[in-house]
Ligand binder design. Structure first.
Ligand SMILES: NC(=O)c1ccc[n+]([C@@H]2O[C@H](COP(=O)([O-])OP(=O)(O)OC[C@H]3O[C@@H](n4cnc5c(N)ncnc54)[C@H](OP(=O)(O)O)[C@@H]3O)[C@@H](O)[C@H]2O)c1
Length: 303
């Protein structure tokens, strides 16, 4: 189904359109999304590793993260996002995989993050070694840093089969104009950006543009690095939460994100098994329709 820019804008603002009754609605199975550039299906809940997996060498800290990663795979998770910027996180992921092998469909996702071309190549070589892999699912230019030189190199690695998809990341609403320009002019498979109940600027231009250009969208900071839980502390679960199978605030926030048709995958980060299970459950059951999405926004704005 092709979604027009106008429909997407209406959808984002929650105007109910019968014609937008996507199969995702009222789904009883995990919400699989389609990667636009290939048609490959991927679960809509991934996992981030910034801070949560940056635990250094101590095995007493590493092993509980490995349990989180194993449980993520058991619950059908595929995309794990990291970066050389996240300290020891990539090393910890490699350590966990050595202890217990990952499923074949593991969607390893990392980034190159340096202004120097030669350092970028060294950094990329290093990431293959840390993750103990010959192929990444998705390789992104972190925060648009030196994208003009890194992007062609990532495309070369893609042509060699060492990367399956190429993308660019940003966060915190930074450089949206530059990102839009890249999306309009470059061949990329994915963008990664911030989208949550509070940060909704991307609904105006970037999400419709991603849909128009057939670019997948990975959503970072779904909880504003936990800040949304502070904001909602003491707020009772709204009456409509039950109608979409939400038992907690995390699931409300995640269902809001993944029910946007342009979003491919959200990557909440957690160090805790109980939180992981809550987050993974958000990709099951009914999803909010456009009318309920409007209600969610209104409810959130009043908290
Ligand atoms: N420029 C970029 O490319 C960029 C920028 C920012 C982020 N990212 C990526 O996006 C990922 C996610 O963003 P983020 O790490 O900033 O933050 P986030 O996922 O919005 O929030 C993580 C925080 O939420 C807490 N949390 C998670 N699940 C919870 C639950 N069910 N209930 C209560 N608390 C919960 C976690 O604490 P617990 O550990 O206690 O669960 C953690 O403190 C990053 O890890 C990274 O991979 C990329």
């Amino acid at each position: 189904m092709t979604i027009s820019r106008r429909q997407l804008l209406q959808y984002s603002s929650g105007i109910a359109l019968q014609s937008l009754a996507l199969p995702l609605f009222a789904s009883e199975t995990p919400a699989l999304k389609t990667i636009p550039s290939t048609g490959e299906k991927i679960p809509s809940m991934g996992m981030g590793t910034w801070i949560t997996f940056n635990v250094g060498d101590n095995t007493e800290l590493r092993d509980p993260r490995c349990q989180v990663l194993s449980r993520f795979f058991e619950l059908g998770g595929r995309m794990v996002d990291s970066s050389p910027m996240y300290g020891s996180a990539e090393d910890v992921l490699g350590y966990c995989e050595e202890k217990k092998s990952a499923p074949d469909n593991y969607f390893r996702t990392t980034k190159v993050w340096t202004s120097s071309d030669s350092e970028g190549r060294t950094q990329i070589d290093n990431s293959y070694q840390l993750w103990k892999t010959n192929q990444f699912g998705l390789y992104q230019v972190h925060n648009l840093v030196n994208w003009k030189n890194h992007l062609p190199y990532l495309q070369e690695l893609k042509a060699q089969g060492k990367i399956r998809y190429v993308g660019i990341s940003t966060s915190h609403g930074r450089r949206h104009g530059d990102l839009a320009n890249i999306m309009e002019t470059q061949e990329i498979d994915f963008v990664q950006l911030t989208y949550n109940l509070e940060d909704r600027e991307v609904e105006e231009k970037l999400l419709p543009l991603a849909a128009d250009r057939g670019i997948g969208v990975v959503v970072n900071r779904p909880f504003r690095r936990g800040g949304l839980f502070d904001r909602l502390e003491g707020t009772p679960l709204p009456d409509w939460a039950q109608s979409i199978g939400c038992k907690n605030m995390a699931q409300i926030m995640l269902k809001f994100i993944i029910s946007h048709p342009a979003v491919t995958c959200a990557i909440p980060a957690t160090s805790q098994l109980a939180h992981l299970e809550e987050n993974m459950a958000a990709q099951h059951g009914p999803m909010p329709d456009p009318q309920l999405r409007t209600e969610m926004i209104n409810w959130f704005n009043q908290t």
